[in-house]
Write a protein that binds this ligand. Structure first.
Ligand SMILES: Cc1cc2nc3c(=O)[nH]c(=O)nc-3n(C[C@H](O)[C@H](O)[C@H](O)COP(=O)(O)OP(=O)(O)OC[C@H]3O[C@@H](n4cnc5c(N)ncnc54)[C@H](O)[C@@H]3O)c2cc1C
Length: 396
């Protein structure tokens, strides 16, 4: 079935917190949604595929529009404890010559801190707002079937259960999406990259430093007590990236870069500690089908170039939680429609900004990248603050 036909709905109606809700995926969106729903008296079931939360992750920059959601959950102070507030964003050319140092002071004064966090730390903070026994770890969904009235789910441990609605928060390669919507192709940006940690004896900085080359990008992103690197190059295909030769490839791609880059490249010694990814995003016409709805990267994956994916996932979770407080099990599809209409244009704008940032920072023609570096000198702090206004001013 494609949509809920309310004429045929034949069960007693469940209102708001009475609804039986399954959330698939306990990452950023899933934990935020679970915490917000539990705060409002709901008792959702949350399943997470991994057996336990580990230490794998990278640096996340959290915008004030996303982090403010944690204030209402009582965990904002915990976030401030683990996050690093940054004040300057430095862009250099590939030789290491500074193009512009952008102060984010005006943005911070107006909207609140921009925080860089270690992803596992952010997950830990979110978990504090979720009930101690709320997450079923090491569990995923194998089958999702729905009628007008209910959703029947078979879990990977062989158990089955019935829900009024299912929320897919299981990330960019969402299994919920695949089971319910079929094969929806991601859009490959033509950008791929590696991220890794820098040993403290090799380089130290508390400021974001980026080196923009021709079709290549080397970003140094600090968070509390750690320094991460996020490198990217252009690549047509999405073939395998052999682990053994990873260091050679990174060193070869960035051998002409200056500033802190040569020391960092020299210090690379363990290819198994280097994360590799292809950057894809996803624009779907509809984020829901019948009684199943998607949130976060599962619905609207965003390129990491503008660093908005986590904030958008949190905002979408907050809007869905808000709409579910006014919902019931009979008219659930209307609730999903309203959720999507509140989110679609904002998310689409951030996705477009991220694509544009990618084209700009990764300009793969030498003349265009030289012109870009020249023009960037005139891109003032005031214009930069205006850019942030467009990202942060809008209601969710
Ligand atoms: C290298 C890199 C750097 C990035 N930097 C930034 C940044 O600085 N700022 C920013 O805002 N965003 C950044 N992003 C993007 C950001 O990580 C995502 O947008 C964000 O995590 C999306 O949240 P989510 O909850 O939708 O998905 P995720 O955080 O990916 O969570 C999905 C969860 O679902 C679980 N799961 C997956 N499949 C299943 C399944 N079948 N069953 C059950 N559970 C499942 C996963 O284990 C995970 O816990 C970056 C991404 C990358 C790759």
């Amino acid at each position: 079935m494609n949509s809920v036909d309310t004429e045929k709905y034949s069960l007693p109606v469940r209102y708001g917190p009475e609804m039986r809700i399954l959330i698939v995926g306990g990452g950023i969106a899933g934990l935020t949604l679970t915490a917000l729903l539990e705060q409002r008296g709901f008792k959702p079931t949350l399943v997470e595929r991994i057996p336990e939360y580990g230490s794998v992750g990278y640096v996340i920059v959290l915008w004030p529009s996303g982090s403010r959601i944690l204030k209402g959950l009582g965990i904002y102070r915990d976030l401030l404890d683990v996050g690093l507030q940054f004040t300057t964003y430095n862009v250099s050319d590939q030789k290491g010559q500074m193009i512009h140092a952008y102060s984010v002071k005006d943005v911070v004064d107006k909207y609140g801190p921009m925080l860089s966090t270690y992803r596992p730390d952010l997950i830990e903070v979110l978990r504090k707002a979720v009930g101690p026994n709320s997450i079923r770890m090491n569990t995923t969904v194998d089958r999702i079937e729905q009628t007008n009235d209910e959703v029947y789910v078979t879990f990977s441990d062989g158990t089955q259960d019935t829900f009024d609605l299912v929320v897919g928060c299981d990330g960019v390669r969402s299994k919920t999406r695949e089971l319910v919507f079929g094969d929806i192709p991601l859009t490959y940006s033509g950008m791929t990259g590696w991220s890794f940690w820098v040993k403290p004896n090799i380089a130290k900085t508390r400021e974001i430093k980026e080196y923009w080359g021709t079709g290549k990008f080397f970003g140094i992103w600090p968070t509390k007590g750690r320094l991460s690197v996020f490198t990217s190059i252009r690549k047509e295909d999405q073939g395998p990236d052999q682990v053994e030769s990873r260091i050679d490839r990174i060193q070869d791609n960035f051998k002409d870069f200056g500033g802190l880059v040569p020391d960092i490249l020299e210090g690379l010694d363990d290819p198994n500690e280097i994360f590799h990814g292809y950057y894809n995003d996803l624009k779907m016409k509809k984020w829901h089908k019948g009684r199943v709805v998607l949130v976060g990267d599962a619905a609207h994956a965003i390129l990491p170039t503008a660093g908005g994916g986590v904030s958008m996932a949190m905002e979408s979770a907050a809007v869905l939680a808000d709409e579910l407080t006014r919902a019931d099990s009979k008219y659930i599809e209307q609730t999903f429609d309203i959720y999507m209409s509140r989110r679609r244009s904002r998310v689409g704008k951030i996705q477009d900004q991220s694509r544009m940032m990618g084209k700009f920072a990764f300009a793969d023609n030498r003349y265009i990248s030289s012109a870009r570096d020249f023009l960037m000198k005139f891109y003032s702090n005031r214009l930069h603050a205006r850019y942030w206004d467009t990202m942060l001013k809008e209601p969710m």
